[in-house]
Design a protein around this ligand. Structure first.
Ligand code: NAD
Length: 481
């Protein structure tokens, strides 16, 4: 008797219960070796006062099984509730979001018949950390954090994925022409890691033109790896291009836990009618079976599903006259898949999966960094002020310079406005005063002394950022001219 794998399943909201039933029915008929632990998730749980959409028993089950198949959730509108997806990604360390986006030409209508792209999105960092502060009356900031280990982990995952799935190319989408330090770090690591995979072509594109090319010629792409925000947007574009949001599944992968779901939402307008397409969740279930080492069952289901699509048995969202033969409801579609278990598609290429459980640890193996020599060479002091022109602020702040730190520049929304500022720059009430060390590096005490003087003078400083050199190289950007 081969191993039975415990998995946590949540039916979710809207069409969630009906498509989950269909998917469990297909997996059962295909011989998936699962022990399903069902947990409530979504609206009902939010209403019981659990702001993350799962109760303690639900989290306990996921921590035990480490595998979570999740139906779509109706996102709470009420203040204070959190998206279950976002909470699960961060609390379970699900660092990689994997979305295969495939066309099923000529059976499903699409403008891009040869599309077969996998988007791999970093899932934990970037602006999604949600570190936001209102600093002044007019200005709110959101902090974009990109780490070296986080970037390494997702990039290596993407190359490992490409290697084990016989993919030819990995393309990084970044905006390093503007965010030279954060996106620049991601890109540098991308090429460092690419060197370990000489058989896979590596290239990169600026995300804006990359997204435009993807929308126009998706067949030019193979695997795309990108940061959290860009990946969120680009993967929705890619999924839409294949023909229906009802077709694609996704995996959220961590070192110990993983979550699998359809990319679509709970579609409340069609809930309870028995017409929803279960394919997105079924493709997620296929990814789950590969993840738990049941690639043989995954392939059996995937091939039967492809044959069903080829035979023209389509749910309403993809049914088109001339392409579909039978417009099937959710259950009839699932039954058609079950009837075809053991068959393979005739025109579309059949799929095959390994039964080896993929490992996601050991992704951080770049040579350990030699700790850089870090020297404190200044401080940016952000402050709220509405007292006049930049020269007036300089007149106020310059005399507060200390023996160690002197006011070097003032900028507003990153544009330098003093000295030699451009009078056309629109200024808000949010100013950055850059103080640089007079000569060599300074100690933290020098900043404390400076802030003491600013406080005594009644300056409303809202934030400071230390300016450091790392091995003699500036670890901070310069204000725009
Ligand atoms: P949606 O994906 O639920 O629906 C968009 C459109 O696609 C609708 O016309 C819907 O009828 C159709 N559709 C979606 N899935 C389908 C399927 N399987 N078969 C046939 N047609 C399908 O997006 P929405 O309407 O913007 O969101 C509805 C709810 O779902 C919201 O509360 C939203 O926050 C939530 N949502 C949840 C998730 C998730 O749980 N991962 C993802 C996206 C949206």
């Amino acid at each position: 008797m081969r191993d039975i794998t415990p998995v946590t399943v949540a039916r979710g909201d809207g069409i969630g219960p009906e498509i989950t039933d269909a998917v469990l029915y297909v997996m059962n008929a295909a011989g998936a070796r699962l022990k399903v632990e069902e947990v409530p998730a979504g609206e009902a749980v939010y209403k019981r006062g659990h702001p993350g959409g799962l109760d303690a028993a639900g989290w306990g089950s996921i921590r035990r099984t480490r595998v979570f198949l999740k139906g779509p959730i109706t996102m709470p509108q009420g203040y204070g509730n959190k998206s279950l997806n976002v909470v699960a990604r961060t609390t379970l360390g699900l660092f990689a979001n994997v979305r295969p986006c495939v066309s099923y030409h000529p059976y499903v209508r699409t403008r891009h018949p040869r599309m077969d792209v996998v988007i791999i999105r970093e899932n934990e960092e970037d602006l999604y950390a949600g570190i936001e502060h209102r600093q002044t009356d007019d200005v709110i900031q959101s902090v974009k954090l990109i780490s070296r280990p986080g970037s390494e982990r997702i990039v290596r995952y993407a190359f490992d994925f490409a290697r084990s799935n016989h993919r030819q190319k990995v393309t990084a989408f970044v905006k390093d022409n503007v965010m030279k330090m954060t996106d620049g770090l991601f890109l540098k690591i991308f090429y460092e890691i690419a060197a370990d995979y000489p058989e896979i072509k590596a290239d990169h594109m600026i995300v804006d033109i990359g997204a435009a090319r993807l929308a126009d010629q998706p067949e030019r792409f193979d695997v795309i790896v990108t940061l959290n925000l860009y990946g969120d947007i680009v993967s929705d574009i890619a999924a839409q291009l294949t023909g229906s949001v009802g077709l694609a599944g996704s995996a959220n992968i961590g070192e110990t836990c993983a979550m699998f779901e359809a990319i679509h939402g709970s579609a409340p307008m069609i809930a309870g009618q028995g017409i929803a397409n279960p394919s997105g969740l079924l493709m997620a279930a296929v990814m789950m079976l590969v993840h738990i080492g049941q690639g043989d069952i995954a392939a059996r289901i995937h091939n039967a599903w492809l044959k069903t699509i080829e035979d023209g048995i389509h749910t309403a969202d993809i049914y088109a006259r001339g392409l579909g033969r039978v417009r099937a409801g959710t259950n009839a579609f699932a039954e058609a898949v079950v009837e075809r278990l053991g068959q393979t598609p005739v025109t579309m290429p059949p799929v095959g999966y390994s039964t080896m459980r993929p490992a996601y640890d050991g992704l951080n193996r770049l040579a350990p960094r030699v700790r850089a020599l870090k020297e404190l060479v200044g401080v940016d002091v952000f402050l709220q002020w509405s007292g006049g022109l930049p020269d007036d602020l300089a007149e106020l702040v310059l005399p507060l310079s200390t023996e160690a730190l002197t006011l070097a520049s003032i900028s507003n929304r990153s544009q330098r406005v003093w000295p030699d500022g451009n009078a056309d720059v629109f200024c808000t009430d949010h100013w950055r005063c850059r103080f640089l060390a007079n000569g060599g590096p300074v100690q933290h005490g020098a900043i404390v002394e400076l802030l003491g003087r600013l406080a005594e003078a009644g300056i409303d400083f809202t934030q400071t950022e230390n300016l450091c050199n790392f091995d003699g190289k500036a670890g901070f950007s310069s204000p725009g001219q």
